[in-house]
Design a binder for this molecule. Structure first.
Ligand SMILES: CC(C)CC(=O)SCCNC(=O)CCNC(=O)[C@H](O)C(C)(C)COP(=O)(O)OP(=O)(O)OC[C@H]1O[C@@H](n2cnc3c(N)ncnc32)[C@H](O)[C@@H]1OP(=O)(O)O
Ligand SMILES: Nc1ncnc2c1ncn2[C@@H]1O[C@H](COP(=O)(O)OP(=O)(O)OP(=O)(O)O)[C@@H](O)[C@H]1O
Ligand SMILES: O=C(O)CCC(=O)C(=O)O
Ligand SMILES: [Fe+2]
Ligand SMILES: [Mg+2]
Length: 335
């Protein structure tokens, strides 16, 4: 009788006498000896970068955490640039400076304390260095392959909660925001810019949910309000195990765009900082989301584009991604 895929993977791993050995090659020989079903890796590609254990972990859980991947020096530079942006010392084309909904209408909060998130820093050479760091791209290539686009960039400055619980990010799947596929060739790198724990609102993930499908996302009905475009899913198993990803400065998590995740309240007085980039294979293809669960977000994005650029704008959801995407490795083949 065939063993479950995970069991088979574990058996194969036990056959490996060196962790850096290429798992694909060794499986072939293991298969010849004793198994009838080849191991199919769905979420990772053949490279020599991931250890067999890391590869198995991503296949099973939909994320892997790499300790100490980004240097203190680089993070301090990103932090300085963030401060320059908040004080309006630099103006970056296309950059969105987002305030928390609980203070969005207040004129009294200024500077860094008024900023919840920077989005789309692709035109800021200093922050965009993050997306081109060789030690990150080395891992990203294991999921995207060699042609790599940086599609979406963020620096998240989760504020101390004002008491309205708006500092939470509802549980969601990032694929909801992306009109390109295949999902398995997309990955997010998210780096802690300081010590991040449950107290200041770490990432919370539901391991294994990347094996499911894209779910419907709507605004959660939260009494204290919810931030613009922070859609969440309602249809998830509340008993599914949750993992709180506690991280040190420089630690980086790589995760699949279908992995259900969010972040809790920031119970501290500090602003919890993380920097992230969503990468996709340049070979991905745009899809039409009309009639799908993504129609609501596509309409919201197109409406925002009309507000910003004028009501005659015909910019589509897909166009907004074509403009933001930047090649960071290989050839810009499709996206
Ligand atoms: C994978 C990845 C994509 C996942 C995610 O990132 S999910 C979250 C994505 N979120 C977004 O993309 C939202 C990006 N934010 C923005 O585009 C902006 O911050 C805006 C919400 C449009 C505000 O733009 P801004 O230039 O600050 O404009 P104003 O200060 O004039 O405000 C315009 C109206 O928007 C309201 N507003 C501002 N910030 C928020 C907020 N955080 N949540 C909800 N509403 C907000 C503001 O009160 C104002 O409303 P009215 O006075 O027009 O009624
Ligand atoms: N009522 C809710 N409905 C939907 N999602 C929620 C709800 N409460 C929390 N979440 C989401 O669940 C995830 C974990 O949040 P939660 O607030 O439980 O964080 P936590 O890290 O356990 O911290 P805390 O100590 O504040 O409970 C976050 O993505 C959060 O947005
Ligand atoms: O830093 C966080 O709180 C997570 C944000 C997130 O998941 C997102 O913006 O897609
Ligand atoms: Fe997310
Ligand atoms: Mg909780």
């Amino acid at each position: 009788m065939a063993l479950r895929e995970a069991e088979r993977l574990k058996v194969v791993l036990n056959h490996l006498d060196h962790p850096s050995v290429n798992i694909h090659t060794s499986f072939t020989s293991a298969e010849n000896v004793s198994y009838h079903h080849p191991v199919a890796f769905k979420y990772t590609l053949d490279t020599d970068v991931l250890s067999p254990e890391q590869r198995l972990a991503y296949e099973e859980n939909g994320f892997i955490l790499i300790k100490n991947l980004v240097s203190e020096e680089d993070i301090d530079r990103f932090r300085n640039e963030f401060e320059r942006i908040c004080t309006r010392d630099v103006k970056i084309p296309g950059l969105v400076i987002m305030r928390d909904v609980s203070i969005a209408k207040s004129e009294f909060v200024q500077g860094e304390k008024a900023v919840t998130k920077l989005q789309d820093f692709q035109e800021d050479p200093e922050l965009f260095r993050y997306c081109s760091l060789p030690q990150i791209l080395k891992y990203v290539e294991c999921f995207t392959g060699p042609n790599i686009m940086a599609m979406h960039t963020m620096l998240i400055n989760k504020p101390p909660d004002t008491g309205k619980k708006t500092s939470r990010h509802p549980l969601h799947q990032d694929l909801h925001y992306f009109p390109f596929r295949p999902a398995d060739r997309i990955v997010c790198a998210w780096t802690a810019m300081e010590k991040i724990n449950q107290q200041n609102g770490c990432l919370v993930v539901l391991p294994g949910t990347h094996k499911g499908t894209l779910k419907e996302h709507v605004y959660p009905e939260w009494e204290g309000g919810v931030n613009k475009m922070y859609h969440g899913i309602t249809d998830y198993n509340p008993n599914h195990p949750r993992v709180h990803l506690e991280m040190e400065k420089g630690d980086t998590v790589l995760f699949h765009p279908l992995l259900i995740h969010g972040s809790g309240m920031n119970h501290t007085e500090g602003f919890r900082k993380a920097i992230s980039c969503h990468y996709a294979s340049a070979d991905c293809q745009y899809i039409d989301v009309k009639g799908s669960t993504q129609e609501n977000i596509s309409k919201e994005v197109e409406e925002l584009a009309r507000k910003r650029l004028g009501s005659e704008t015909t910019l589509t959801f897909q166009d907004t991604w074509v403009f933001r995407g930047r090649l960071v490795q290989g050839d810009r083949t499709s996206l």
